[in-house]
Design a protein around this ligand. Structure first.
Ligand code: PGA
Length: 251
């Protein structure tokens, strides 16, 4: 059975000390509480090792927000999947729209990153989603299908089972404009059907598909009540325990 997951994406926020404090506060809030989802935090690279060392990573999974598309070598400034894994992190967010838009990441480079992440035992949280013009032109399904096909469909069914998907309509990220519950469910069902066609019902039904884009304490419950929405990738609202915990508890 697929898991419910609430994953925070801190983006480029919090210095090391602030990040450690936030991680500890979240751990304290979760300790002894029975929640109905897995909880993950996606921190900047420099936080990973320290965060993984001071929290119970069975209670809170630790994720990078990116990794290199090369295994190792002369790539100044890059961080490899093996390095991420060596910190104690277990997840890596790949293909976030901010990476695609500001840093020119393509489906082809993402395919390499996914392979390296899997080869190093990391679970990719693979982001997909259309920009507003694409939705207005009625191209959103086509765009999302292409991102999935070109980024992931080289994987065997066995490897695909290790992927978490995050549908994040770009027009909803950080804008305060959330996709409606119906828009989210419609796209998530489309994504699941795309997976059925490629990998069959069993794999598709076991894949967690998260929603991201201005998800917060007031809309999480409605979004997560949809049959194909298995949780959220949370940006702004993951930066404070008071905002993040109600989303975790929406399940
Ligand atoms: P947001 O970001 O929740 O601030 O809209 C979500 C994301 O980009 O993952």
């Amino acid at each position: 059975m697929r898991k419910n997951i609430v994953a925070g994406n801190w983006k480029m926020n919090n210095n090391l000390q602030e990040g450690l404090t936030l991680a500890k506060e979240l751990e304290a809030a979760l300790k002894g509480k029975k929640v109905n989802c897995d909880v993950i935090i996606g921190t900047p690279f420099i936080h990973l090792a320290s965060v993984a060392a001071i929290i119970d990573t069975k209670l809170i999974g630790v994720s990078a927000q990116n990794c290199a598309d090369k295994a190792s070598g002369a790539y100044t400034g890059e961080v490899s999947a093996a390095m991420v894994a060596s910190t104690g992190a277990n997840y890596v967010i790949l293909g976030h729209s901010e990476r695609r838009t500001y840093y020119g990441e393509t489906n082809a480079t993402l395919k390499e990153k996914v392979s390296l992440a899997l080869a190093n035992g990391l679970t990719p949280i693979f982001c997909i989603g259309e920009v507003l013009n694409e939705r207005n032109a009625g191209k959103h399904f086509e765009v999302v299908e292409t991102q999935i096909r070109e980024g992931l469909f080289n994987l065997s069914a066995e490897d695909f089972r290790k992927i978490i998907l995050a549908y994040e309509p770009v027009w909803a990220i950080g804008t305060g404009v959330t996709a409606t519950s119906d828009q989210a469910q419609e796209m998530h069902a489309f994504i699941r059907n795309t997976l059925v066609a490629k990998y069959g019902e069993a794999v598709a039904n076991d894949t967690s598909i998260l929603y991201g884009g201005s998800c917060n304490a007031s809309n999480a419950k409605e979004l997560f009540s949809n049959p194909d929405v298995d949780g959220g990738l949370i940006g702004g609202a993951s930066l404070g325990v008071d905002k993040f915990m109600p989303i975790v508890e929406a399940f």
